[in-house]
Design a protein around this ligand. Structure first.
Ligand code: 5GP
Length: 171
């Protein structure tokens, strides 16, 4: 039977996101930021993060796919593109988790084709020990070990996204 062992509780997550929001607001000041949410995993993180940012923001969504079950396939595809024209704008890519880095590397290269002024990355979770592509992450919530996690937007075969905590899925 599937079991979930709590790693980060709701309060811990909210405290961290508040800190990230303050840091981002300080860095961007009055400059407008386009928050680009990578669907589906980052949708809850984005919803909370955007409310802790005091700089002017607008929001758009992109969707990529590469995971099947608990394994990355390395074969990244964009399945939904941005709707806004982001030429000359500051983009902040909001990610749920960076694992091998293949998804993010591909997404950032793809986003540059839209000719933004800048691209920074904000991820809630960083599985650094699994990294296969070197990437500069600008804002990181928590670093985690090699565990398959669910909750707070993250799924296992489309389940558990609604949990207000993050936990390890034990199969
Ligand atoms: P990467 O391309 O960096 O290997 O994988 C990034 C994507 O894989 C994330 O956006 C996320 O959708 C998925 N992913 C990676 N690790 C986990 C995990 O521990 N749990 C869940 N639910 N998804 C993960």
């Amino acid at each position: 039977m599937e079991k979930i062992e709590v790693i980060f509780k709701k309060e811990e997550i909210q405290k961290k996101i508040k800190e990230l929001g303050a840091l981002i607001s300080k860095d961007y000041g009055d400059e407008e930021i386009v928050l680009v949410c990578n669907l589906k995993g980052a949708f809850i993180f984005l919803a909370d993060l955007c409310r802790y940012i005091t700089s002017p923001t607008s929001i758009d969504f992109i969707a990529t796919t590469s995971y099947k079950g608990t394994e990355t396939t390395g074969d990244v595809r964009i399945i939904k593109d941005l709707k806004m024209d982001v030429k000359g704008k500051h983009l902040l890519l909001v990610e749920d988790i960076v694992d091998t880095g293949f998804t993010l590397d591909y997404t950032v290269k793809y986003l540059w084709l839209h000719k933004p002024k800048s691209i920074r990355i904000c991820t809630l979770l960083d599985k650094r020990c699994k990294r296969k592509v070197e990437l500069d992450l600008d804002y990181i919530g928590f670093e985690i070990e090699d565990r398959f996690v669910v909750g707070y937007g993250l799924d296992y075969n489309e389940r558990y996204r609604e949990l207000d905590y993050i936990g390890e899925l034990i199969l």
